[in-house]
Design a protein around this ligand. Structure first.
Ligand SMILES: [Fe+2]
Ligand SMILES: [Fe+2]
Length: 171
């Protein structure tokens, strides 16, 4: 059984994951309008991943006998100055999500809720990947965006990303 406090923060995290999906979907729209289909594809896959994060927590709350309560999702930004600005935003966002996950773990430890703590470890590891993948693209853009054909090459590369459902990752 979940404590009321843990239930509340998990419900907040479901909302935060949906916001992440919304943010990346908004970035997808920006890249579509900038005629960068590979960047847009990367953001679509990212959106799908965020939806699986939300659903993972949703299922966990139910499994533990808690009650899911969905809240409004805040409006994400709709415009960025450049592809680099969008990926800077994505990297910053992932760092803030990592902070949230760490706060959640701290609370689970404080309440000696070992099941929630164990559940959250998947997210702790996932955030390492999330920060790395956003930052890798930030660095690539800094190196290559001004080079001849650089944006085209990055767009081709990001177009290769494919969504892998969590079950297929063995999670
Ligand atoms: Fe997430
Ligand atoms: Fe994320």
């Amino acid at each position: 059984m979940l404590s009321k406090k843990i239930e509340d923060v998990l419900n907040d995290q479901i909302n935060a994951e949906f916001y992440s999906a919304y943010l990346y979907l908004s970035m997808e729209a920006y890249f579509e309008s900038a005629n960068l289909p590979g960047f847009a594809n990367w953001m679509r896959v990212q959106t799908q991943e965020e939806l699986t994060h939300a659903m993972k927590i949703y299922d966990f709350v139910n499994e533990r006998g808690g009650t899911v309560s969905l809240k409004s999702i805040a409006q994400p930004p709709t415009k960025w100055q450049s592809p680099l600005a969008a990926f800077d935003g994505a990297y910053e966002h992932e760092q803030s999500v990592t902070g949230r996950i760490n706060d959640l773990v701290n609370l689970a430890v404080k309440e000696a809720d070992h099941a929630t703590n164990t559940f959250l470890q998947w997210f702790v590891n996932e955030q390492v990947e999330e920060e790395k993948s956003a930052n890798d693209i930030v660095q690539k853009l800094k190196l290559m965006a001004d080079a001849p054909g650089g944006m085209y090459m990055i767009d081709q590369e990001l177009g290769q990303r494919v969504f892998t459902p969590p079950a297929a990752e063995g999670v």
